[in-house]
Structures are given as structure tokens and as C-alpha cells.
Design a protein around this ligand. Structure first.
Ligand code: SF4
Length: 323
């Protein structure tokens, strides 16, 4: 756990604080991690191979930028989540390790670079996410479209999952992205509505719910997905209510994972949720009608995304057959 603001080089800039907006905050108390949270250091040949492809194509990954604990396992299996539109985000969520600031201009070559990397890695399923780009008139929707098209051209057999920002106050942006027909549309709620002002202050809970609902209205063939972190002070009943809200929006797949604090300046971990509680969320979620619920301490929205996509397709077919 670092105690000072991280000044590692951000993706396209010279060294600068990643979180200038958090610099004034007092250090928070840090809870000792329980045994079930520990992960191994990434040292395998597969990990280094993935790192080489990422670096040589000058790509940014959320795996690195968010300091994801699963990076060793995922990169070993050549599964990385590409983060397009740069490594600087216009929002300043209190849980997130992605750098905050004024982003750079879009790189018009980036969609093709992502397409090439996906083809080279031979991925059957890829996850593409982005920083929030409130500075762009369309919130980056067209760049998502170009990236989806570039992947389809370079790797036609690869299924595409996108994890998007909320496109708040960007009329028409969502519709453009849905038209490009990703296989899975993911947008994370991140936490329960009561926490939004402290955890996700730039976002609006019901806007995010409506965004997910709108994807299904526009194209019911696209799988929809959303995720939350727990351990941010939420109550169990609030999670159950959030599940109902997602089901009202016809969301297919929900992910639930433990929040981990990137630095002492970020939102504190209020508590570590036990593996048994995670299992219980999965059980309850399934009874509420999700096609799939992934719930464990190290679940992240892109973790095992390829395998989960296969399970999603099978679950939809089984539901249709039973109807
Ligand atoms: S869980 Fe997602 S963000 Fe984390 S390493 Fe795996 S692909 Fe990257």
C-alpha cells in the first residue's frame, strides 16, 4: 500500500501526479488483507509475452492502469482489457487508480493498433474499455465504433465486449455504439446509489440504469452486463435492491467483486466481504433472473470474460428452450 501520491509516468505524459484532486486528502486507515485476497506476483512467460504485445503496439490496458490483482493470471492466458482513448480520465472517482486530468487528443491510429494486437494475440473474445471522455462532444462514441470495426476487420472470429462510460449528456452517443453491434455491452454501476456522491460523484445512478435498459431496447440480441464492488460501506439490502434495478433494465449478467484500495488517498475499504457472502449474492442473483452472476472476492468485470461469454450464450439458449 503506497502512502504518497503515485507519480508514475501516465500513459502519454511525462511524470505527474496521477491524482492531483486527491493530493489534499488525509491518508486513510488501511485494513489488513484477509488470506482470501492474496494473489501471486506475475512472472510467467505468457505474462511477459502479453506485456510485449501491449508495449510494442503502444496500447494502454486497464489491467495495469487500475492495478488489477488478476493481471498475472489473465496475462498468462493472453487475456488483457484494452483501454482506448488514452490513460487520462476526465472524472475523479474515489475508488479508481486511473489518472485524472485533461486528456490528450485521440489517436486516429489506435483502432487499427487494437485490431492488430487482437489478431496477433489470437483472442477468441476481447474486452475494450475506455477512460471517461467528457471533453469530447460524443464522449468517445465514434472511437468505440471505429475500434469495433477495426477488430471485426482484423480478427473476424473474435467476439467483442465493450465496457463503456456512461455517455452522460452526450445525446446520440449510445445509439451510435449500439449500432456497431458489440457482442456484450457492459456498463458498471460500481456501487449502490447511496454511495454515488462519495464514490462516483460525476455519475448518476438512474442514468446508468437507463443506459443499460436502452441498449436492450435498441438491440435485444446484445448481451448486457454490469458490475459492482463491495466493501464500500453498502448494506446487503441495498445490493439486493440494486439487483432488482438491474433486472428491471433486463440486464443479463452481473459481476460482484471486493473493492481494493489503490492508495491511502483513495476511498477506504470499509470491510472485506467473506467468500461465503459472495456465494450468497450469486445464489440470490440467479433467483432474480440474471442469466449469469459472477461473485467472488477477485471477480472483476473483465475477469474470465471469454469463458463467461460462452456461459451466457448457453444460458440464453437454455432459457429460450424452456420458454
Ligand atoms: S480481470 Fe480484467 S482488468 Fe484485471 S487483469 Fe484480468 S483482464 Fe485485466
Amino acid at each position: 500500500m503506497v502512502t504518497v501520491l503515485d507519480t508514475r509516468k501516465v500513459a502519454e505524459a511525462s511524470p505527474r501526479p496521477r491524482h492531483p484532486e486527491k493530493a489534499h486528502r488525509p491518508d486513510t486507515e488501511v485494513l489488513p488483507k484477509p488470506d482470501w485476497i492474496r494473489v501471486k506476483a506475475p512472472v510467467t512467460p505468457g505474462y511477459f509475452e502479453t506485456r510485449e504485445i501491449v508495449k510494442s503496439n503502444k496500447l494502454v490496458t486497464v489491467c495495469e492502469e487500475a492495478g488489477c490483482p488478476n493481471i498475472g493470471g489473465c496475462w498468462d492466458k493472453k487475456h488483457a482489457t484494452f483501454m482506448i482513448m488514452g490513460g487520462i480520465c476526465t472524472r475523479a472517482c474515489s475508488f479508481c487508480n486511473v489518472a485524472t486530468g485533461l486528456p490528450h487528443a485521440l489517436d486516429p491510429e489506435e483502432p487499427a493498433s487494437v485490431g492488430r494486437a487482437v489478431a496477433k494475440m489470437g483472442l477468441s473474445h476481447v474486452v475494450i474499455t475506455s477512460v471517461d471522455r467528457d471533453d469530447l462532444p460524443d464522449g468517445g462514441a465514434e472511437h468505440f465504433v471505429q475500434t469495433i470495426r477495426a477488430i471485426r476487420a482484423a480478427a473476424p472470429g473474435t467476439t467483442i465486449e465493450i465496457l463503456t462510460p456512461d455517455f452522460l449528456r452526450k445525446p446520440g452517443a449510445l445509439e451510435r455504439v449500439v449500432e456497431a453491434k458489440p457482442d456484450v455491452f457492459n456498463h458498471n454501476l460500481e456501487t449502490v446509489p447511496r454511495n454515488y456522491l462519495t464514490v462516483r460523484p460525476g455519475a448518476r445512478y438512474f442514468h446508468s440504469i437507463r443506459l443499460l435498459q436502452r441498449v436492450k431496447e435498441l438491440d435485444p440480441t446484445i448481451f448486457t452486463k454490469s458490475g459492482i464492488m463491495v466493501g464500500l460501506g453498502e448494506e446487503r439490502n441495498e445490493i439486493l435492491q440494486l439487483m432488482d434495478d438491474l433486472r428491471s433494465a433486463d440486464v443479463d449478467f452481473m459481476t460482484i467483486g471486493q473493492y481494493l484500495q489503490p492508495t491511502r488517498k483513495h476511498h477506504p475499504v470499509i470491510r472485506y466481504v467473506t467468500p461465503e457472502e459472495f456465494t450468497s449474492f450469486e445464489t440470490v442473483g440467479k433467483t432474480k433472473g440474471f442469466l449469469l452472476v459472477a461473485s467472488s472476492p477477485l471477480t472483476r468485470s473483465s475477469h474470465h470474460a471469454g469463458e463467461d461469454f460462452e456461459r451466457l450464450k448457453a444460458a440464453r439458449l437454455a432459457k429460450q428452450a424452456a420458454a
